[in-house]
Design a protein around this ligand. Structure first.
Ligand code: T4K
Length: 399
């Protein structure tokens, strides 16, 4: 615990934590389970090409997501790109997408020759809504909506589907953050024409790299299996160009182990989220995004908004102070995709049309969560944030 500003690491004091506390889940299976499953994998000497573990994992995930088809992919970036290729779009079609998202969401459209139409999000939820999408649906060339269930919270899927159906659009979702979450009491996986999940190491369900596409449309699933590679397809479908989105047996082994502990991980993340809520309570200028109490939630991201005026420092300054204390808070997403190359020069018309997105890009950050973050660490992080607020003027002067 710091008692004076001069004890902060920015002033030369020792950091609050001796080693770095990253954001990200970084879950690990038990060593014995890892050895058992990998020994069998090595005995079989069958390492990829939709092997037995990948097949088993697809079946288990179909149950988890309550969906007819799970098509495993190398990672969510590849999955998004292949989904954009498999859906009934043609080159140059325009797709409505939030600018407040990870680069891969928008870049997948570009990989498939589609054009993003950047859409505003709602300030409290950070999600696109029928209200933010509606003004864009009649623009020439619009053929789809790519929603993002950011932070594991669901877009208004029924209302967006109605809007899409009324205008002949295809709606699909980037659900990279949503493994283990539900929306309106239903697990993610069956919303829209398809949904895309990430199993990156920083996510709650971790296959080191990994991801999948879920869909109840059997024809789309078969097209995706053909696009992924010839292995694992059920019939040969003619496609313009195939790719390699294969999911290795090593990834599947990690996935099968992680799946067994998913509920446990969600429960301990929820406890950590509650500890942050308690610790950050009533710090002026700090808002913690809370998952709906009525839904299942993975609580893998602890997301804060920093209001500079009320807190005394802006988000970037707070991140800087925390980083020097070995708390690797992360800024998401900076800048918004409408301001990133190549989109800033290709589509300069969006520069001044997304004020809420621009505000969130300046205010949103994540703080460490995941297995390695103890209750004591959370208490210390929260106390430090409170201390920084109380001494904001002095801290600003020392930066
Ligand atoms: N759609 C959305 C909405 C997404 O957020 C993402 C990815 C995607 C699509 C695409 O999914 P993938 O193609 O990745 O499956 C991270 C992740 O790399 C990325 O998966 C994630 N979203 C994004 C929001 O965050 P970075 O660059 O912020 O974090 P990264 O990977 O550098 O790691 C975070 C911290 O964890 C660092 O302090 C280092 C530490 N770390 C990381 C890894 C991987 C470790 O200590 N060990 C590790 O193995 O992107």
């Amino acid at each position: 615990m710091k008692h004076s500003v001069s004890q902060l690491a920015i002033c030369g004091g020792p950091p609050a934590f001796p080693s770095k506390l990253p954001v990200g889940q970084l879950n690990l299976p038990a060593r014995e389970d890892f050895i058992t499953i990998f020994s069998k994998l090595f005995e079989r000497r069958y390492y990829t090409n939709h092997g037995p573990l990948a097949q088993q994992l697809e079946e288990k995930l179909q149950q988890l997501f309550s969906v007819r088809n799970v098509v495993l992919m190398t990672n969510a970036t590849i999955a998004l790109s292949l989904a954009c290729k498999a859906l009934p779009f043609k080159k140059g079609d325009r797709i409505i997408v939030p600018a407040f998202t990870f680069a891969a969401t928008v870049q997948a459209l570009t990989w498939a020759g589609l054009e993003p139409i950047f859409c505003e999000v709602a300030p409290r939820s950070h999600l696109i809504t029928p209200k933010t999408v509606e003004p864009l649906v009649l623009l020439p060339g619009v053929k789809g909506i790519l929603g993002v269930h950011l932070w594991g919270n669901g877009c208004e899927v029924d209302e967006l589907q109605q809007l899409a159906t009324a205008h002949g659009l295809t709606v699909f979702y980037d659900a990279a953050h949503a493994v283990g979450c539900s929306h309106n009491g239903r697990p993610f996986g069956g919303f829209g024409t398809c949904e895309i999940f990430s199993f990156h190491a920083t996510k709650i369900f971790n296959t080191a790299e990994g991801g999948c596409i879920t869909t109840n449309n059997d024809n789309l699933a078969e097209k995706l299996r053909n696009l992924r590679s010839s292995y694992g397809r059920k019939k040969n479908i003619h496609i313009e160009i195939s790719g390699n989105g294969r999911f290795s047996e090593a990834q599947a082994a990690l996935g099968l182990l992680g799946l067994e502990k998913l509920t446990e991980y969600c429960t301990s993340n929820r406890k950590r989220m509650n500890a942050y809520m308690e610790g950050l309570h009533e710090i002026p200028g700090i808002r913690l995004l809370q998952p709906s109490p009525n839904e299942k939630h993975n609580c893998q991201y602890v997301v804060l908004e920093v209001d500079e005026k009320a807190f005394g420092l802006n988000r970037d300054q707070l991140v800087q102070v925390l980083e020097t204390e070995n708390i690797l808070a992360r800024r998401y997403f900076v800048p918004g995709m409408h301001r990133c190359p190549p989109y800033d020069t290709l589509f300069p018309q969006y520069a001044d049309t997304l004020p809420l997105t621009d505000t969130l890009c300046k205010q949103v950050m994540q703080v460490p969560s995941g297995e390695i973050v103890t209750d004591d660490a959370i208490r210390e992080i929260c106390e430090l944030i409170r201390f920084i607020h109380i001494h904001a003027r002095e801290v600003r002067e020392r930066l």
